[in-house]
Write a protein that binds this ligand. Structure first.
Ligand SMILES: [Zn+2]
Length: 203
């Protein structure tokens, strides 16, 4: 029997299937990881399983910015050293990681958890737009930086937000061009992202 095409047991087959559902893991990689896990010690696989379970149990969304956090509000929203008058709008929590890595931006964030996409049936009420608008009620915020992805959905979302926010008298900026169109923020390299935030322009 060829081990590469037919998994030996139902349990292994299920593991390969589950791994294959992860982003960036094709069938070949899924098989490789599954067989690696089979060779791991009981202790090692237990740690991995527990880590995966606890990441769901211990984390929640920040009630202010909707970042993933263990404590609510998250460490960024709690930090009064951050510039309270700027909010950077991103699509996903991992985009905050990308922005924080470059250590240029010192304001706050708001995670939309998606982008407007009529083709996928994602409308304005399906992402955290109403929650963002409530945050703008008290006039603390002076600048909104639209850091949605430089692709069709991200642009659509940025345009929609601009139309919504500009009438409030808040400055709206968009990350500078230079991020390749069709790309995603989380994969941008540090230099490109630094240039994009430093060169942001009124939108
Ligand atoms: Zn937060």
């Amino acid at each position: 029997m060829n081990q590469n095409t037919k998994p030996p047991t139902e349990a292994v087959s299920r593991l390969i299937q589950e791994l294959n559902r992860l982003p960036g893991i094709g069938p070949k990689s899924a098989q490789r990881i599954a067989f690696h896990l089979l060779r791991a010690t009981e202790e090692q696989s237990k740690i991995l399983a527990e880590t995966i379970t606890s990441v769901k149990q211990k984390t929640r969304l920040c009630s202010v910015c909707f970042n993933i956090t263990e404590a609510d509000p998250c460490y960024i929203c709690r930090n009064d050293q951050r510039e309270q008058d700027k909010i950077c709008i991103v699509e996903q929590p991992q985009d905050i990681l990308a922005m924080e890595n470059i250590k240029v931006y010192r304001g706050l964030y708001h995670v939309l958890h998606g982008a407007i996409s009529p083709t996928e049936g994602i409308g304005t009420n399906d992402i955290k737009i109403n929650e963002l608008m409530s945050r703008l009620q008290d006039n603390t915020v002076k600048e909104i930086i639209l850091a949605t992805n430089p692709n069709t959905e991200g642009e659509q979302t940025a345009l929609y937000l601009q139309r919504l926010i500009l009438p409030l008298g808040i400055k709206v900026t968009r990350l500078a061009r230079g991020l390749p169109f069709g790309s995603e923020l989380e994969y941008a390299d540090d230099i490109t992202l630094t240039r994009a935030i430093e060169g942001r322009q009124e939108f």
